[in-house]
Design a protein around this ligand. Structure first.
Ligand code: NAD
Ligand code: UGA
Length: 469
């Protein structure tokens, strides 16, 4: 029986390994982590992450060929293939702070592998890493090798949260990069055989290591760039009377462009787009490619501009002040169908409004009060380095209320901001909401989910991204 061990039981390690175990009953999969609470949750009825379809698969495989454990060294030493899926956050201090990827977690995993391995291993980069990381990892592993042979593969993950299981079951492609040597090709083949259990062979792409590493950064940069492009257009739409939804539709009908990923929004969030583009920018700068760096940097700048623009719109519409006014925040997660709040645009919007002394009442069906308070008290990039947790400012404590009901959140509010496109927001009773709000009652839709005309007919003043005012 082939044994796989995955270091890192997070948003990628957990679902990816659950699907491998589900699709390959002949493979034993152990997912290990140093975070005891996370492993305990994976072994309980309350999984640590919310992802449609995940619970069902975990329940079918757990205890059979899927195990979650904190015995990191034991499982690593027994495995034939080791996936490393640890976090690779943006550095917060030192050389490259605010841009470069922090490989501390990766390096410590690699050193541990070198320490405990007694037989040959295939080590797979699952985390998103800077191009050329495999070379550094190889050096760490070989340096302490004690005769053990390692093959490093790059196998970046392309799943999106909220659709992780769907994406893993039916990926557009699986990418495997390895060395162009007989041993390197043998390792590629071994990993290919795992995926070939359920992925059509023509969707499994094999490349050299550096192409695989860079393709992951490039894919995220292209995706984020589409959102910044449509968001930039949304500002022009508002200035000219065009409607961004109509523009996206018309543009996306061109088969060379395609219709997906053209929804204007309050800005993209999530743990990776910003981190990976900053990382790409840093790599370009290190290679003396200033023009290329500033091209990609602009994708982040437009995203920041979009979030600021939203806050400014709220404040300026409400007579230039939100001081002391209750504002309901509907949705805090960075997108629907996940409880993940990493880099969610809601953080910037809430901080902007709190900065103007607003009183916030926040509702999200999947995010806890504890998480929201933590997020609003952290500095940029500290979410993945919780050691730097800031003491909560008195404003955050006092002017913030987290509730478990939309109608409670909006009661007595002067305005509501819709920040996550949860399906349940499409069927809200807006007449009831309007009747219980202060007048004039404002709606600021950061996701273009509400029917603007219907809400205007009820009496709301409505601002929707990229729509005529
Ligand atoms: P995560 O923070 O949810 O999980 C990482 C886990 O690794 C944590 O539980 C942490 O405790 C554990 N860990 C860190 N160091 C360890 C060590 N030395 N030994 C054992 N465990 C250790 O992160 P994630 O969202 O799963 O992302 C992981 C990687 O995958 C990142 O590089 C990310 O860029 C990439 N990625 C993420 C997504 C996504 O949707 N979240 C998609 C594709 C790629
Ligand atoms: C993204 C990529 O889609 C995945 O392929 C990749 O593997 C992953 O990053 C990663 O490397 O972490 P994810 O961040 O989970 O996945 O979710 P997306 O669906 O890409 O959404 C990201 C953000 O963009 C969300 O805030 C979403 O609301 C926003 N978005 C998305 C828009 O504003 N408009 C769109 O048209 C699409």
């Amino acid at each position: 029986m082939v044994k796989i061990c995955c270091i890192g039981a997070g948003y990628v390690g957990g679902p990816t390994m659950a699907v491998i175990a589900f699709k390959c009953p002949a493979i034993e999969v152990a997912v290990v982590d140093i975070a005891f609470a996370r492993i305990a949750a994976w072994n309980s009825d309350q999984l640590p992450i919310y992802e449609p379809g995940l619970e069902d698969i975990v329940k079918q495989c757990r205890g059979k060929n899927l195990f979650f454990s904190t015995e990191v060294e034991k499982h690593v030493s027994e495995a034939d293939i080791i996936f490393v899926s640890v976090n690779t956050p943006t550095k917060t201090r030192g050389l490259g702070a605010g841009k470069a990827a922090d490989l501390t977690y990766w390096e410590s995993a690699a050193r541990m592998i070198a320490d405990v391995s007694k037989n040959d291993k295939i080590v797979v980069e699952k985390s998103t890493v800077p191009v050329k990381t495999a070379e550094a990892i190889e050096k760490i592993l070989m340096h302490n090798s004690k005769g053990v042979k390692y093959q490093i593969l790059s196998n970046p993950e392309f799943l999106a949260e909220g659709t992780a299981i769907e994406d893993l079951f039916n990926p557009d492609r699986v990418l495997i990069g390895g060395r162009d040597t007989p041993d390197g090709q043998k390792a590629i083949q071994a990993l290919k055989e795992v995926y070939a259990q359920w992925v059509p062979k023509d969707r499994i792409i094999c490349t050299n290591l550096w192409s695989a590493e860079l393709s992951k950064l490039a894919a995220n940069a292209f995706l984020a760039q589409r959102i910044s492009s449509v968001n930039a257009m949304s500002a022009l739409c508002e200035a000219t009377g065009a409607d961004v939804t109509q523009v996206s539709h018309a543009v996306g009908k061109d088969t060379r462009i395609g219709p997906k990923f053209l929804n204007a929004s309050v800005g993209f969030g999530g743990s990776c787009f910003q981190k990976d583009i900053l990382n790409l920018v840093y790599i370009c700068e290190c290679n003396g490619l200033q023009e290329v760096a500033s091209y990609w940097k602009q994708v982040i700048r437009v995203n920041d501009y979009q979030k600021n623009r939203f806050v400014n719109r709220v404040v300026s519409s409400m007579f230039n002040t939100v001081s002391g006014k209750k504002i309901a925040i509907l949705g805090f997660a960075f997108k629907k169908d996940t409880g993940d709040t990493r880099e969610t645009p809601a953080i910037d919007v809430c901080k902007g409004l709190l900065g103007d002394n607003a009183h916030l009442s926040i509702y999200d069906p999947q995010v806890t009060e504890d998480q929201i308070r933590k997020d609003l008290s952290m500095n940029k990039f500290d979410w993945d380095n919780p050691i730097h947790l800031q003491p909560m400012s008195p404003t955050v404590i006092k002017h913030l209320n987290v509730v478990w009901d939309v109608y409670e959140a909006t009661k007595g509010a002067h305005g509501l901001c819709l920040l996550t496109e949860w399906d349940e927001f499409k069927t809200l009773n807006f007449k009831r909401i309007y009747d219980n709000m202060e007048k004039p009652a404002f709606v600021f839709d950061g996701r273009n989910t509400v029917n603007v005309q219907k809400l205007r007919d009820i009496g709301f003043i409505v601002y929707s991204i990229g729509k005529p005012l």
